[in-house]
Design a protein around this ligand. Structure first.
Ligand SMILES: Nc1ncnc2c1ncn2[C@@H]1O[C@H](COP(=O)(O)OP(=O)(O)O)[C@@H](O)[C@H]1O
Ligand SMILES: Nc1ccn([C@@H]2O[C@H](COP(=O)(O)OP(=O)(O)O)[C@@H](O)[C@H]2O)c(=O)n1
Length: 670
């Protein structure tokens, strides 16, 4: 996941390959609650691991469920429809997870304990009054702790004998279908008699109710349905665990990759995007996004649990769609509309206004920043396509809304070749923590940005480069470590850095079984991070690095680090030889005295004993060798910016490089 303040997605030109998507949020949280209410143990496969499911799991653990996770499989032992009596009041914090807040409100009102349910400030602006009203009709005791009609809530125990089950429970269906879902999931707890639910108003998002009914059936509860107005939970209904249950991949998450397939062509001009984990026969309503994508021109094939999408019509065909049945996935259409042959209109989407943010306003604002003309009203949005000269580079605000972040990544395919900046990209953690990594695994960029930091030993290149990479969410290449590992491999093979061994050492370098994980350097699985940091290893590295065949052998390996979304590389010849087209080159220096002192401190702190004098003479010897060798000598690239950090702190150096980088970006401030 990207935990950076922003993520710059370079202009993308194509995409092809296979993606596996995380489990559906809607299915995951319903399955968790049903498994928690059932007796016995349910093994849940391919559960989504995200903020919303974590919030739900924390709540269920607090209620006394046994939860045991191993990889993407989770075993959950339910409470059999009953809480342990006499527990203390339980405060439950539910973040911004509507799929936890609504059903838990209903279930906890009927379980008999005392609870306080709260969330982030936005959760306290998301209406829940219609659900509370329905539960109150039944005799449940729920108080508002803040504004009436909104969380936070206090729930008090109620005697099941006192519940009013004779009259139908009336619930509004036209604000959020989650209220009806919540009742359907929870009311079997009280089904001494048949319980009838009547929906008031036109029910929105019906496909989500289908998921609810489908999963209730998997847990042994056969709800009877008359149209979309009346639902009966039969007397004596009891949750029974199905034993094992598989969670489909999230169809709403699939929408971004279906759109990707429709917009992008592969490197060869004909490859497709294959999506695994969900097929066209999914029980999730958002799978009908496929129909809308086809209408816009996508070619979609499907089989059991897979989809295959490629570009059909281009430009895409504009659509005019009642998107009430796919409210979440329809946001993706609003960005696809930028690539269409005329204005596209999405209607009947008033529910967008009460989601993670007001999504109609959010989409309209951010699409306008890209240069688009957008009209919107209480329940619709109309997006005009963008011609090549109209596109603008924009910093996209994401409003703590995962879907805004994900769908705007598709703007990186703009024909103007502009990058897109996504602010607060970590909001995707709500449903798809690795969204951007997954996108980057199939996307191709004509130019992956590189920042090079070259300079003499102990000038602070590694420190600076690693931190700049972390702040930008870029990959990091410590090219010196490759020469250090080659030096080590040379020693272990009984060779020395002489011309007669050059070919053998180069062969070792070309096939180094090298891995970088969590700041460690592994050689054939062995952690050599400390061994390569000694001054002796530095000297060996300096010697092997003078051998032209070794440098040639390491060239391709280094260039393979240039991957989306970008790279920061440090060394001696990053800007001159390895990445001559880098967008920013920094030549970092500091006085020899300063560098010797820094290295001294660094080694002493690692418990490696050395003297300042020997370090200084080693360092000068290395400077001389690095600068005078015939291949790729240490020297500033012609277009490098010089930074002497003798008098600068680490933070000041980082700020300077980030400022130079920002100057090169086309983004206006957010
Ligand atoms: N601007 C700076 N001011 C003071 N110390 C620094 C500065 N930059 C780096 N250092 C320290 O100098 C030491 C050497 O830095 P390092 O990044 O390993 O250098 P290089 O990769 O160029 O050999 C480290 O202990 C680091 O914390
Ligand atoms: N791109 C690079 C990186 C390192 N090297 C060599 O590899 C040695 C070790 O690199 P390093 O970056 O780990 O060294 P320090 O700067 O930390 O001393 C250097 O002394 C250079 O001679 C190189 O030739 N080219």
């Amino acid at each position: 996941m990207f935990s950076t303040a922003f993520l710059d997605i370079p202009a993308l030109a194509g995409a092809s390959g296979t993606v596996r998507l995380p489990g559906s949020k809607s299915i995951s949280n319903r399955v968790l609650l049903l498994a928690a209410l059932a007796s016995g143990t349910t093994t849940v496969h391919d559960l989504l691991d995200s903020d919303d499911t974590r919030v739900m799991l924390d709540a269920l653990r607090a209620l006394g469920c046994g939860i045991d996770a191993a990889g993407s499989t989770l075993r959950i032992t339910g409470i059999g429809g009953q809480l342990k009596p006499g527990g203390p009041m339980l405060p439950l914090f539910l973040g911004n997870a509507g799929t936890a807040m609504r059903p838990l409100t209903a279930a906890l009102s009927l379980l008999g304990g005392e609870f306080e349910l709260s969330g982030v400030p936005r959760m306290h602006e998301r209406p829940i009054g219609d659900l509370v009203d329905a539960l109150t009709q039944l005799g449940c005791r729920i108080d508002y702790l803040g504004n009436p009609g909104y969380p936070p809530l206090r729930i008090r125990p109620v005697d099941h004998g006192a519940l009013v089950l004779d009259a139908p429970i009336r619930v509004r269906g036209d604000v959020s279908s989650q209220f009806l879902t919540a009742l359907l999931l929870a009311l079997p707890l009280a089904a001494r008699k048949d319980i009838v639910i009547e929906v008031v108003g036109e029910l929105i998002s019906k496909p989500y109710i289908e998921i609810t009914l489908n999963l209730l059936a998997r847990f042994g509860i056969a709800v009877q349905r008359e149209g979309w107005e009346r639902f009966t939970i039969p007397a004596g209904s009891r949750y029974s665990s199905p034993g094992d249950i598989h969670v489909e991949a999230d169809a709403s998450s699939a929408s971004y990759f279906i759109a990707l397939g429709a917009i992008a062509t592969g490197a060869s001009g004909q490859d497709s995007i294959r999506i695994e984990g969900v097929g066209a026969d999914s029980i999730q309503g958002d799978i009908r996004f496929i129909e809308a994508a086809r209408q816009m021109g996508a070619q979609v094939d499907s089989g059991p649990n897979w989809l295959d999408v490629r570009r059909g019509a281009w430009p895409l065909k504009a659509i005019d769609l009642d998107a009430n049945h796919i409210p979440d996935a329809a946001m993706t259409l609003a960005v696809m509309a930028l690539y269409a042959d005329g204005p596209s209109t999405l209607r009947n989407i008033a529910s967008w206004r009460v989601k993670e943010t007001d999504r109609i306003d959010a989409m309209a604002n951010e699409l306008r920043k890209l240069g688009a003309t957008v009209d919107s009203g209480p329940d619709f949005i109309r997006v005009h396509p963008l011609e090549r000269p109209g596109w603008q580079a924009a910093s996209i605000r994401t409003y703590d809304d995962h879907r805004v972040a994900m769908c705007f990544s598709l703007a990186a395919f703009n024909p103007a070749g502009l990058p897109v900046r996504i602010l607060e990209p970590h909001c995707v953690a709500k449903t798809f923590p690795d969204y951007f990594e997954t996108l980057f695994s199939v996307a191709q960029a004509p130019e992956v940005p590189v920042i090079c930091i070259d300079g003499p030993t102990a000038s602070g290149k590694g420190t600076l480069a690693a931190e700049v990479a972390r702040l930008l969410g870029y990959h990091y290449l410590d090219s010196g470590s490759l020469y250090r590992v080659t030096g080590l491999a040379m020693r272990r093979a009984g060779l020395s850095a002489e011309p007669q061994h050059e070919a053998q050492i180069a062969a070792l370098a070309a096939a180094l079984p090298l891995h970088f994980t969590e700041g460690k350097v592994l050689l054939a699985g062995e952690d050599v991070s400390d061994e390569i940091r000694t001054e002796a290893a530095g000297m060996d590295a300096s010697r092997v690095s003078t051998l032209p065949a070794v440098r040639a052998a390491l060239l391709a390996l280094q260039q393979r680090f240039r991957q989306l979304p970008g790279l920061v590389a440090d060394g001696r010849d990053m800007g001159t030889v390895i990445f001559p087209d880098a967008a920013l080159k920094v030549f970092l220096t500091a006085s020899a005295a300063q560098r010797a002192e820094r290295r001294h401190k660094q080694l002493i702190s690692k418990g490696i004993s050395t003297t300042l004098d020997s370090l200084r003479s080693d360092l000068e010897a290395r400077d001389a060798r690095d600068s005078s060798r015939s291949v790729a000598p240490l020297k500033p690239a012609q277009d490098a910016r010089h930074l002497d950090n003798s008098q600068l702190s680490i933070e000041q150096s980082i700020d300077q490089v980030l400022n130079w980088w920002q100057e090169k970006q086309p983004f206006k401030p957010a």
